[in-house]
Design a protein around this ligand. Structure first.
Ligand SMILES: Nc1nc(=O)n([C@H]2C[C@H](O)[C@@H](COP(=O)(O)O)O2)cc1CO
Ligand SMILES: [Zn+2]
Length: 159
């Protein structure tokens, strides 16, 4: 008889998004994203980080002060990186697992490449105009979004 304690697809892909977030250098919020086809094949992964060639050590990671001294004008979001890291040709109908609800800018890109569903872990910026705009666009174009349902179990990786 087959094992019955295997993880479901949502847990598998959100787990991979969470592992991807561990690659982020952002000291306050590491984000990971995993794009998955309708056939449950992983199409791409991403996490938030500075653009290629922009040193993690030289560019700012702060949140406050002069905008040019903060990360916000420079950092590439996990969801955008996942889109840009894709080397295939067709993401239509795919879904994205992300550890943090997408911003308005990533949402535009997710729409343009044909993402149809967003599964998110955290929505801590739900009150911001960015997320309200993202949800307005998703509602308009028919992208479904739902919060990941925890299985209530720790999965430990002994690395
Ligand atoms: N959906 C998102 N994906 C992301 O990759 N990010 C990134 C941008 C920053 O590097 C970090 C948020 O930093 P903070 O404001 O929580 O210190 O997460 C942020 C959001 C929020 O919309
Ligand atoms: Zn974004």
């Amino acid at each position: 008889m087959k094992r019955d304690d295997y993880i479901n697809w949502d847990t598998y892909f959100m787990g991979i998004a969470m592992l991807s977030a561990q690659r982020s250098k952002d000291p306050s919020t590491g984000v990971g994203a995993c794009i998955v086809s309708e056939e449950n094949k992983i199409l791409s992964l991403g996490y938030n980080g500075m653009p290629l060639g922009c040193s993690d050590d030289e560019f700012p990671w702060g949140r406050d002060g002069n905008p040019l001294d903060t990360k916000y004008l420079f950092v590439c979001h996990a969801e955008l990186n996942a889109i840009l890291n894709y080397t295939g040709t067709d993401m239509k109908g795919a879904r994205v697992y992300t550890t943090l609800f997408p911003c308005n800018e990533c949402t535009k890109a997710l729409i343009q490449v044909g993402i149809k569903e967003v599964i998110y872990m955290c929505d801590k910026y739900s009150h911001t105009d960015s997320v309200l705009a993202a949800k307005k666009m998703m509602d308009t174009v028919g992208i479904l979004y739902r919060q990941y349902e925890p299985i209530g179990q720790d999965i430990v990786l002994h690395l």
